[in-house]
Design a protein around this ligand. Structure first.
Ligand code: BYC
Length: 328
């Protein structure tokens, strides 16, 4: 896969780059922001392109499971909130593609990689949304996990990514609350509504824990990303923070987390989860999750159907360029 082995480029950098790389690392260590015009090692640039583009793709593909419920939202208020949320996600994707472009890669290239099936996006969006409660579970849990992961990215060493994340996190916090409120309404409703909320939690819980990425010992990029202050916390640290924040929320809702081994450890003050099925995570990453094919087909169809918009934008840009040339 094209995104793999990017970090190894650092090991191949020329001796002439060594002094510049040392100055670069000193700036990072001093908590200075790196901007697009600044020197950066090739491996840093490529790691950022990998992560930011995967993040952008996740936002865009992430519109699909929820978009599926816009026409079936149970009230006008719910429909308006869901429309706004899905629209926000499209916006997040655009900020992130723009941030990636500052690193010298064209948005079209990144989109082509997604459509060709050569780029990753978050594993979580390969699961189906079967009932309205899934919209609550996505907001509460998926956006909750996203916030946990993304708040530290507001302090990422790369300026354009960090600034994009500040705005994204403000919107994600609204998304999380609307999801929790859907769950709360269902849990305070009829027995059938509460059962629907429990069923959604049962199906989303484990995939959400996987969203944080592989265990630290198997995370191939973490070491470099931590040194470059792209990542401020490890995958397992963020998963633990999420677990500690979410267990009391599930208790408040009166729902049961589908983990018989879940236990509070009074010595450390942390909740301990049972083992995660990493084989399932690997299968989803390999393209064999419940909805991988459907998601890519939907994106390809949307891209084809939007061809006339790109064509019109190109024609308009050409017309403006010609008018400017005539006037000059
Ligand atoms: N799914 O070395 P590691 C949202 C890959 S959008 C798929 O730990 P890293 C929302 C990883 O890419 C939320 N792949 O990697 C939108 C790498 O593969 P490659 C998206 C995953 O980068 C709409 C390999 O596994 N958030 O919230 O150090 C509606 C080894 O992993 C996943 C972001 O993208 C996964 N879950 O750490 C609602 C946040 N996990 O590239 C909500 C930004 C790992 O070598 N990204 N992989 O082929 C990050 O923070 C980091 O990239 C990760 C992974 C923590 C995800």
């Amino acid at each position: 896969m094209y995104t793999q082995a990017l970090d190894t480029a650092e090991a191949q950098s020329k001796p002439a780059d060594t002094a510049a790389a040392a100055r670069f690392q000193a700036r990072i260590d001093a908590e200075q922001r790196i901007e697009p015009q600044d020197f950066m090692p090739e491996a840093y640039r490529r790691t950022l392109i990998r992560q930011i583009s995967q993040h952008a793709h996740s936002e865009i593909v992430g519109m699909l499971p929820e978009g599926n419920w816009i026409t079936r939202a149970p009230s006008l208020r719910r429909k308006a909130a869901l429309l706004a949320k899905v629209q926000d996600e499209g916006g997040h994707g655009l900020y992130l593609y723009a941030a990636a472009e500052t690193l010298g890669v064209a948005r079209e290239t990144l989109v082509d990689q997604l459509l060709a099936g050569a780029a990753k996006y978050s594993s979580i969006f390969n699961y189906p949304t079967l009932t309205w409660a899934d919209i609550g579970a996505i907001g509460w849990l998926v956006d909750g996990a996203a916030i946990m992961n993304q708040i530290p990215l507001c302090r990422c060493s790369y300026g354009p990514y960090a600034r994009a994340m500040i705005r994204i996190c403000k919107e994600e916090s609204f998304h999380q609350r609307q999801g929790f409120e859907i769950m709360l309404t269902l849990c305070r409703g009829t027995a059938a509504q509460k059962a629907m909320a429990q069923d959604a939690l049962d199906r989303w819980w484990w995939p959400v824990l996987m969203m944080f990425g592989p265990p630290d010992a198997q995370s191939r990029h973490s070491q470099h990303s931590a040194r470059w202050k792209i990542k401020r916390f490890s995958n397992d640290e963020l998963r633990q923070k999420f677990l500690d924040a979410t267990v009391p929320q599930a208790q408040f809702l009166g729902l049961t987390l589908p983990d018989p081994a879940l236990a509070f450890d009074p010595e450390t003050g942390h909740w301990r989860a049972g083992p995660i099925d990493w084989a399932e995570f690997e299968a989803v990453l390999a393209g064999n999750g419940p909805c991988n094919r459907e998601r890519l087909e939907a994106r390809r169809r949307a891209h084809d159907e939007g061809g006339w918009v790109r064509e019109a934008a190109r024609a308009h840009a050409e017309k403006r360029r010609a008018a400017k040339a005539r006037a000059a």
